[in-house]
Design a protein around this ligand. Structure first.
Ligand code: IPD
Ligand code: CA
Ligand code: CA
Ligand code: CA
Length: 268
């Protein structure tokens, strides 16, 4: 391809521009929004704005860098030939968005040769823009952020989420039943990207979720890692849809060992 691969800072600034633009459009369209369609279950919803914002972001990215690949929640996988792939969640936290709540975000990550090197999470209703660059630190509104200092698991504030795909609720409840008695408390914010950024910001000590997709964690997992958190999946693997764990490093192994035997997040 003739499109040169820019440096990480260049990819980050495009991610930021597109996330801001998408965030602005989503914020303007929030009031009066309704359900357009459902996916795997009646509570797994999509609004007109999920699709519109993703389209806007794809246009913005392709205008700047034609030939890049894009993976987005609503529009699927679009191939490219530059070695750069964008991973886009146009609205992470659609249920909050639908209810007029503020905990939702636009998440955009830039992958080069399969590795996420830059990420932006814009949460306009909260006034927060989180950014991270591989090897370059994590920031909220331009200020460097760090994950919290170590605490024992029983004093840890643990974020989590319960995906809306059908057939997961009973298992989610059982896993929660094993975790809740072992920790200070649980937070279910409703946006995986914001949950991970909160961890990066020292506003929780750990986070786990099963059943996520790369667009949920792409940008925010880099931000959490750059803030000093450890991010991974099962048995030393990177995050996968099976499990994403992010925690202050001292807590990671204990939380992993608690979650791993509890099994896949499907009912039965
Ligand atoms: C959802 C949110 C939620 C998480 C779900 C995700 P969406 O993403 O991140 O917090 O629990 O697993 O699917 O559908 O609102 O983009
Ligand atoms: Ca969704
Ligand atoms: Ca999402
Ligand atoms: Ca989404």
């Amino acid at each position: 391809s003739t499109t040169p691969t820019p440096d990480r800072a260049g990819l980050l600034s495009l991610a930021v521009e597109a996330a801001r633009e998408g965030g602005r459009a989503a914020a303007e369209g929030q009031s009066g929004i309704g359900v357009l369609d459902t996916k795997s279950s009646p509570t797994d919803v999509v609004t007109e704005m999920d699709r519109a914002v993703e389209e806007l972001i794809r246009k913005r990215l392709h205008a700047a860098r034609p030939g890049d690949a894009v993976l987005g929640e609503e529009g699927g996988d679009e191939g490219g030939d530059t070695g750069v792939r964008w991973i886009v969640d146009p609205i992470d936290g659609t249920v909050n968005y639908l209810y007029g709540r503020g905990e939702w975000a636009v998440s955009i990550a830039a992958e080069v040769d399969g590795e996420v090197v830059a990420g932006a999470v814009a949460a306009p209703a909260r006034g927060d823009l989180y950014t991270g660059v591989l090897g370059g630190g994590a920031y909220c509104n331009g200020e460097a952020i760090r994950a919290a200092p170590a605490v024992p698991l029983e004093l840890a504030l643990v974020g989590t989420g319960f995906g809306y795909e059908s057939g997961r609720r009973a298992r989610q409840a059982r896993v929660l039943g094993s975790v809740l008695p072992r920790v200070r408390d649980i937070r279910r914010g409703g946006s995986a990207a914001v949950d991970l950024c909160e961890l990066a910001h020292g506003r929780s000590d750990a986070y786990y979720e099963r059943g996520l997709n790369p667009w949920d964690w792409g940008a925010a997992a880099l931000i959490a890692q750059e803030a000093g958190a450890r991010v991974g999946g099962l048995h030393g693997a990177p995050p996968t849809p099976d499990l994403v764990i992010a925690a202050v490093p001292e807590l990671f192994a204990e939380l992993h060992d608690l979650l791993a035997p509890l099994g896949a997040d499907t009912d039965g």
